[in-house]
Design a protein around this ligand. Structure first.
Ligand SMILES: O=C(O)CCC(=O)c1ccccc1C(=O)O
Ligand SMILES: [Mg+2]
Length: 350
């Protein structure tokens, strides 16, 4: 929400809010039930779904995004369909074909790696299964969610080099570590006879969880940025961050329902030509065992049409969160709303 935009009154926001709890089809990021506040807002369906463990300051950027998408006019749509990647959770390699079958036509896959309790051999087997299923022309990415040290990342990316990765997303936790991994993998290429591919480094958490989302770009620690509309405060704010960063981007999501996916699609559709670095991580409704609309925003022939879903009352009832969780989300919205309404304490103010 732009500084001059008024925040809608709390009573109006709460009156528009329905809290849902939707089971996931596969454990993802430790999550088996995805909770979200769905807003039946004047501009259409919107979503507020920061993960439960996030504090109010971080979550209030997600609320700014939800209110902006629900109450404010959005930038023009420059493209009607957005290509998406298959998102492969940290499953055993044998389960890869079943996961990929939920993403019909997708020629790019993003594979979770560095999962706690698993080994590099598990990661290599999973990535190999994805490469074998999709063929040599497909783009294969990995996402470590900051799970590796610099040494582990260098070792893992060497082991994964044979799969010719599109990029490695957030291999390590900090900007300094990303810069070091980027330097080392380049060194690897330079010292090699030329056969080893450069592994591009993408920043995700270093953008969406940072006090300054542009610091990673300024430090030259990434080749591209993952941008997510909710944590960055909305479509318009994400667009201004992209414009300042000057790096190619991939738009992604946070295991949103179709209401939140629509926000990501809108962001992807508004990006200036040439900035989009391939398929976006917006196909994840395929990982949920339900949705808030009768017409979910699922990948078809590798892409999704840019549109807002119509909320389905029966689905909202079916997935209604238990009373104590509903109360928890409404109280969270009230606290985050108070942070947004107090200009001096607005998070991410620059
Ligand atoms: O980018 C994608 O393919 C899907 C979204 C995704 O991976 C994700 C979903 C929820 C929380 C974190 C992440 C992530 O990119 O790290
Ligand atoms: Mg990521």
């Amino acid at each position: 929400m732009r500084e001059q935009d008024p925040v809608p009154p709390l009573a109006e926001v709460l009156a528009a809010t329905r809290v849902v709890a939707i089971p996931t089809r596969t454990r993802f990021r430790g999550i088996t039930v995805r909770e979200a506040a769905i807003l039946d807002a004047p501009q259409g369906a919107s979503e507020f779904s920061p993960f439960p463990e996030y504090g109010d300051a971080e979550a209030s950027a997600w609320l700014a995004a939800a209110l902006d998408f629900g109450w404010a006019e959005q930038p023009p749509v420059l493209r009607e369909r957005i290509e998406v990647n298959a998102t492969v959770p940290a499953v055993p390699a044998a389960e890869v074909p079943a996961i990929l079958s939920r993403f019909p036509g997708c020629r790019t896959a993003k594979v979770k790696v560095a999962e706690r309790g698993q080994s590099l051999a598990d990661d290599v087997a999973r990535v190999r299964a994805v490469r074998e299923a999709l063929g040599p022309e497909a783009r294969v990415r990995v996402d470590a969610n900051g799970g590796w040290t610099v040494t582990e990342a260098a070792t893992a990316l060497r082991a994964l080099a044979e799969f010719e990765l599109d990029y490695a997303e957030q291999p390590c936790a900090t900007v300094a570590e990303l810069a070091e991994v980027r330097r080392q993998t380049r060194g690897q290429v330079a010292g090699d006879s030329g056969s080893a591919p450069t592994v591009r480094i993408a920043a995700d958490e270093s953008v969406r969880k940072a006090a300054d989302p542009l610091a990673v770009a300024r430090a030259g620690a990434a080749d591209l940025l993952i941008v997510k509309a909710q944590p960055l405060g909305g479509v318009r704010r994400a667009l201004s961050i992209v414009a300042e960063a000057g790096l190619p981007v991939v738009v992604s999501s946070a295991l949103d329902t179709s209401a939140g996916i629509a926000m990501g699609l809108r962001l992807a559709s508004a990006l200036p030509e040439g900035l989009l670095a391939g398929a976006c991580g917006l196909g994840t409704v395929a990982l949920l065992d339900g949705d808030v609309t009768a017409d979910p925003l699922l990948p078809r022939e590798g892409s999704i049409a840019v549109r807002r879903p119509a909320l389905d009352g029966a689905a909202l009832d079916r997935f209604a969160a238990p009373p104590e969780r509903k109360r928890w989300w409404r109280e969270r919205i009230a606290r985050c709303h108070a942070l947004l309404a107090a200009p001096a304490r607005r998070p991410h103010q620059r």
